[in-house]
Write a protein that binds this ligand. Structure first.
Ligand SMILES: C[S@@+](CC[C@H](N)C(=O)[O-])C[C@H]1O[C@@H](n2cnc3c(N)ncnc32)[C@H](O)[C@@H]1O
Length: 278
């Protein structure tokens, strides 16, 4: 997808993007697991680049934890929204920079201890994704961490199964399932709506593919995660079960135990990965 189309799409979606991670228990679980994945790195109060920050929900949390945080996104609308949220909460950021992840020339080499690219910005980059990874790595210091989350190929099918959308599985042309599974590339279809418009073109990843992309970009010690893991594909059921605080705590403890298990990482709605810059 061209950056202008992505920008246009997300400029109109800032409020919805802000609400997404707090809309129900399932999405709050997604949010907490993303934070758990980098909790050691955050505990050292690093200089963080939130790359593809959107409305800034993660960036705000990083700032609350005492990190020096810079936000960057291709969408000026998302950045403006994030600026407002920082102002409201009395927290500060080092910058709100509009940039395409494939050109982070606004930042010098090695400028950050931790670079976070959460909520699938890399899935919206359908051309020259390698350049985006190279840029995320370039702006991170040696020994620093780059953490990303992307949309997962099998995980997305699991999550669609739970929606009982008859059209999706009964109509082969609806989403070209076999083609998407084969290539990971999902074109933009008028029939597939996202916030009232044609869903943007996207790439879905497999664990080996993401590992390779990050390794080739200069990262080592790659670790993966599936978010959510057990609950992926069981959105409504989890929301119901989580009404009981004891059940909610038990399920969350199980999620925390399994979401980084190498036998499970291909099944999450989001695929997480992090690695250390060589
Ligand atoms: C689904 S939102 C996730 C936002 C936030 N990280 C979160 O998890 O809540 C994806 C974000 O990636 C941004 N994005 C997509 N492609 C991008 C690109 N090529 N360069 C910079 N940002 C991009 C979009 O503008 C959008 O704000």
């Amino acid at each position: 997808m061209l950056p202008d189309k992505v920008k246009q799409h997300f400029n109109a979606a800032a409020q919805a993007e802000w609400e997404r991670l707090d809309v129900n228990e399932y999405f709050r679980l997604i949010y907490r697991l993303h934070l758990d994945f980098i909790k050691e790195e955050l505990s050292t109060k690093p200089r963080v680049l939130d790359a593809g920050s959107g409305p800034g929900r993660y960036a705000l949390e990083f700032a609350k934890r005492g990190c020096a945080v810079t936000l960057c996104d291709v969408s000026d609308g998302e950045l403006m929204f994030a600026r407002g949220k920082f102002r409201e909460s009395g927290l500060t950021a080092d910058g709100f920079i509009q940039a395409d992840l494939r050109d982070l020339s606004a930042f010098s080499d090695n400028a950050f201890d931790l670079t976070v690219c959460y909520g699938a910005p890399l899935s919206y980059i359908t051309e020259n994704r390698e350049k985006a990874v190279a840029e995320l790595v370039r702006v991170t210091r040696r020994g620093g961490t780059v953490a990303v989350s992307v949309n997962n190929t099998w995980g997305i099918l699991r999550s669609l199964l739970c929606k009982a959308d008859e059209d999706f599985f009964a109509n082969g042309d609806y989403w070209h399932i076999n083609e998407v599974i084969e290539t990971g590339d999902c074109p933009s279809f008028e029939s597939v709506q996202f916030g009232g418009e044609a869903a943007p073109e996207k790439h879905f990843f497999q664990p080996d593919e993401l590992t390779e992309l990050l390794k080739n970009g200069g990262l080592t010690n790659i670790g993966l995660g599936a978010v959510p893991c057990l609950c992926s594909g069981n959105r409504e059921q989890y929301n119901k079960l989580a009404e009981d605080p004891i059940a909610k705590a038990q399920i969350e403890a199980l999620e925390l135990k399994c979401y980084r298990d190498k036998n499970m990482v291909g099944f999450g709605e989001f695929l997480l990965a992090k690695g250390v810059k060589v």
